[in-house]
Each structure stands twice: as C-alpha cells, then as structure tokens.
Design a protein around this ligand. Structure first.
Ligand SMILES: Nc1ncnc2c1ncn2[C@@H]1O[C@H](COP(=O)(O)OP(=O)(O)OP(=O)(O)O)[C@@H](O)[C@H]1O
Ligand SMILES: [Mg+2]
Length: 356
C-alpha cells in the first residue's frame, strides 16, 4: 500500500477521508480477463424497518452504459452508495473489477469514479485547488497529474471558474466540478448519481456526449429521471421500485412495452374521421383508432396495434385502398414515460423481466 500524498484539509470527514485512501495503483490484478466490471449480487439494505433495497442483482460489462431508473425514494442512490463502498449492505455482495467491495474496499474503490447525488464538494477550495486535491488523493503525480487535471478541465469546460471558490459556483458548475473529480483518475467504473441534474440543455448534451465517449472502455452506471437520457446514452436499463428490481433490458425493450409501440400517427386531408376509423378498424392487427386533432383540412389519427406488432403496412394498404390524401405517416417507438408509470406503479411483483 502506498502512502497518500494528499494533505487532509481542515474539517474533512466521511467520504473525503475514505477518498484519502484511494491512491492510484497499477492495474495489475491477476486474472483480469473478465467480462463484467460491476457485479451486484442479491443486494439488500434496510434502515430500521425500511427495506430500501431488496435483493437487487445486475451486472455491467465494459463498454456498457446502464441507465438506473426508479421513482423518488426507490433506492437508486442507496444502491449506488453500496456499489461504491460508502454504505455497507445489509445482505448481498458487490464486485468491482473482480474485487469484493466489502473485503477488498481499497482495490475496488481505486477503480471507481463516483459522482454522488448533489455532488458534495469542499466549498472553501477553489475549483483548481479541489481538482489538485483530488489528484493527490488519487495518487497522481508529476506530468501525469498535470496532464489529467488539464484534460478534465478542458473536457468539462471549467476554464472560466478555476480560481473561484466552489461554494460560490452556480449549481450547474458545481455539478461539472463533481463530474471532473469523478473522471480525474480515468477509472474503469463510473457511478454517476443524476449526472445531468441541474445542467442547462447545452451542458446536458455535453455531459451525455462525454459519457458516450467514455463508455467505450468503461462500465458506467447513471441514475436519471430524464427518460430521453436513457435513449440518448444508455445501452441497458434497469428500473427499481420500492427497492426491488422491476425491469431489466435494453431501451428498445423498454419502449416495446408501451401501448404506443409500433402505433402509427397519420394525417389525412379531406377525409372524415369515422370513414378512416371504419376502414382501419376492419383490418387485422389494428387495435384502437383515436382522433388526435383536426387542423384545417387535416385530421390527425393515432392507430395502435392490438398486439404490439407492426401495422404500418396494414395502415398504408388501407390508405391506398381508400385513396386517402396522406400528408404524414410515422411509426411510434413507444412512450417511455407511460411505460415507466405503468411499471413502477403496478407493484414490484411479477412486472419486469428477470435480472441479467
Ligand atoms: N441513511 C438513511 N437512513 C434512513 N433512511 C434512508 C437513508 N438513506 C436513504 N433512506 C431511505 O431509503 C429510501 C431510498 O432512498 P434513495 O435515496 O436510495 O432513493 P432514490 O431512488 O435515490 O430517490 P431519488 O430519486 O429521490 O434520488 C428512501 O425511503 C430514503 O428515505
Ligand atoms: Mg437518489
């Protein structure tokens, strides 16, 4: 074990002291030919009578970005704290890059970058001072230290606030500094609790691009309440509700659970809704036909399939047969917010697919 080079600033406690032990080590772990960088096995956490996390299992491989969804209080942050070793599980195990977080916490934590919820930072430090402190804690030194600090400043666009005290930064900039400290030591595993919370649309886009770029050689978990973010950056999704896993799959599989999956949106000129509905309802595979709105000569109609199958060909054929003047025809992939509501309000039992 190396001795830390970092100096502990006054008033430091909790996570900061834990960080002090995370000196950068070489990645010479025997038997590293592993597929999964994060393995969460039957993890539970109780706070007195409250079962905050119940028997949650999942794995994340290198190259994957896992979106972690769930309503407020579902247990996302609690799970993330257990993965990063900041909270001890009541039961179950977490392995990071093959290291058990409970029995080999330092080896595991060296491989993890963690952006906690709300991105707690040391307010009295300047941005530059804070990043230098984190670099010391992570055991970086010499040219590598200077180069990594310069890289993250450029990546997260902190050039304009380097000499400003962190406590005086705006919410979005505080979050950017939090992202910078999480990626400073170029960890294999990144756990980010709502990384785009509080960012403006440009910064949201930047942070998502950064995550996508880093995903190639890391395993990343992000929690979010922004469902479009799942489509934008995640290749897998898990949802928890009341502490239990209720869905695990790809974003496309999640969208496919929507009743609007494969629905066809249609705008037709000079045609009555009842005629359109009658013609479409007679076709096999067509479920509901709803009038959306009328706009001048147009009527807009939403046609949902009866069994989730593709009905675009059926709708096109009905349009040709009826000689409708079609101005617009699009296929819906599904409404994530509707699926999220359905899955997380239906109760934890028997809703989702099994954990991977
Ligand atoms: N230290 C604690 N002591 C007691 N209860 C706690 C503690 N930490 C979390 N909880 C409770 O555990 C449950 C899960 O909380 P958690 O913060 O993990 O939810 P979350 O999914 O991250 O929610 P959000 O979307 O609001 O961030 C909540 O009911 C919360 O009040
Ligand atoms: Mg949370």
């Amino acid at each position: 074990m190396h001795n830390g080079r970092a100096v502990c600033p006054p008033g430091m406690s909790g996570p900061a002291l834990q960080l002090l032990s995370l000196q950068h080590h070489s990645r010479d772990v025997p038997g590293m030919a592993m597929e999964y960088l994060i393995e969460v096995d039957d993890l539970s956490k109780s706070f007195a009578q409250l079962h905050a996390v119940r028997n949650v299992s999942f794995k994340v491989a290198r190259g994957e970005v896992l979106g972690f969804l769930g309503p407020n209080g579902a247990g996302k942050s609690t799970t993330m704290k257990m993965i990063t070793g900041f909270l001890e599980p009541s039961a179950g195990h977490v392995r990071v890059c093959g290291h058990d977080v409970a029995s080999a916490p330092l080896a595991a934590k060296r491989r993890i970058g963690y952006l906690p919820e709300g991105a707690p930072l040391y307010g009295e430090m300047t941005t530059r001072g804070f990043l230098e402190f984190v670099a010391d804690v992570r055991g970086l030194h010499g040219d590598a230290r200077a180069a990594r600090i310069a890289q993250v400043i450029a990546k997260v666009h902190l050039e304009g606030v380097l000499e400003q005290r962190v406590e005086t930064l705006s919410k979005g900039f505080k979050r950017r500094v939090g992202v910078a400290q999480a990626i400073l030591h170029d960890p294999d595993v990144l756990i980010m609790d709502e990384p785009t919370d509080g960012l403006d649309p440009n910064q949201k886009h930047e942070v998502r691009s950064l995550i996508a770029e880093m995903a190639k050689d890391k395993a990343i978990v992000i929690s979010t309440h922004i469902l479009e973010e799942v489509d934008a950056v995640c290749n897998r999704v898990i949802i928890i509700a009341a502490g239990a896993l209720v869905f695990a799959g790809t974003p496309a599989e999640l969208a496919a659970r929507s009743r609007y999956h494969n629905a066809v949106r249609l705008a037709v000129r000079d045609c009555g809704f009842e005629d359109v509905r009658a013609a479409l309802s007679a076709r096999a595979g067509v479920g509901a036909v709803e009038a959306l709105d009328a706009d001048g000569d147009f009527i807009r109609v939403l046609v949902t399939p009866s069994d989730g199958a593709r009905i675009i060909d059926v709708v096109s054929d009905a349009a040709r047969t009826g000689r409708w003047d079609v101005a617009e025809m699009t296929v819906e992939s599904g409404h994530l917010d509707e699926v999220f509501r359905t899955i997380t309000t239906a109760g934890a039992a028997g809703v989702g697919s099994a954990a991977p």
